[in-house]
Design a protein around this ligand. Structure first.
Ligand SMILES: C[S@@+](CC[C@H](N)C(=O)[O-])C[C@H]1O[C@@H](n2cnc3c(N)ncnc32)[C@H](O)[C@@H]1O
Length: 245
């Protein structure tokens, strides 16, 4: 097992419980996700998602698998770029998120996880994942699945929030995410567990393995050209491609 962060006992007791806990809290709070995301810009909005996909090589006509589709923010951006929503498939393990997804007509939604994608070998040109990597059970298993499902030459783009490089910026982000965001989530959100999800959100960022470990796991899974583009010190886009031969 190669988890992206150590267990967080404030929320669950161990790795076995973690999987169900994560799926349940995302399911319960799904109705609040877009409202809170918009207010707090913790995924930096549709503009950033779209730009990151284009910069990672997404083009018109490509087939896309969006893993951890959630309410569909990345999948909707991908559908706009490829020009045909039927080319986009979203996958998520939380039934509440899949039910709340607002994707363009034609996007296919499947229940499944990064570690076990319900998709055929070499069936996609592009795999995207937005802010879901911290929630997988196993980085190595997830990247191995992405490699299996991408056709040779296919591209990967994983978006994540990562900690800033300086102590003062880390402290400022911590205060914003740990104090301001849950407080606002309690006012903007409608479900009583939304503030807890937002506390968990920051705790997983803080506990996450460093970007170098993510890039090493991408490369170990057989990808080439792994790199990380950082915007505003915290928005990381991990990009790589499956070698053509
Ligand atoms: C923060 S939301 C991100 C939603 C969307 N991609 C976005 O950009 O806003 C994280 C999503 O990851 C999903 N998730 C949790 N565990 C996962 C796993 N093992 N594999 C794939 N997705 C997972 C959750 O159900 C949730 O919908």
């Amino acid at each position: 097992m190669d988890p992206p962060h150590r267990p967080l006992p404030a929320y669950y007791t161990g790795l076995d419980e973690r999987r169900q806990w994560v799926r349940d809290i995302f399911s319960r709070t799904a109705g609040d996700y877009d409202r809170v995301e918009r207010a707090m810009a913790f995924g930096s909005g549709s503009w950033y998602r779209r730009r990151a996909l284009v910069q990672a090589g997404l083009r018109a006509g490509m087939t896309v698998i969006d893993v951890g589709v959630g309410t569909g923010l990345v999948a909707a951006a991908a559908a706009g770029i490829v020009g045909d929503a039927t080319l986009v498939t979203g996958v998520d393990p939380s039934p509440g998120m899949v039910a709340a997804a607002k994707v363009p007509a034609g996007v296919r939604l499947l229940t499944g996880s990064a570690e076990e994608l319900p998709l055929a070998d070499a069936s996609a040109d592009f795999i995207s994942m937005g802010y879901a990597l911290r929630h997988v059970d196993d980085l190595a298993a997830s990247f191995a699945e992405f490699h299996r499902v991408l056709r040779p030459g296919g591209r990967l783009c994983v978006l994540e929030i990562t900690q800033p490089g300086t102590d003062w910026a880390r402290a400022a982000l911590r205060t914003y995410m740990r104090r301001v965001v849950p407080w606002l989530a309690a006012r903007i959100g409608r479900h009583r567990d939304t503030p807890e999800l937002m506390r968990y959100y920051w705790d997983t960022i803080e506990a996450c393995v460093p970007p170098e470990a993510v890039l090493a796991a991408v490369t170990a899974a057989g990808f080439a050209g792994a790199d990380r583009q950082v915007d505003l010190g915290i928005f990381s886009a991990y990009r790589a491609h499956r070698p053509a031969h």
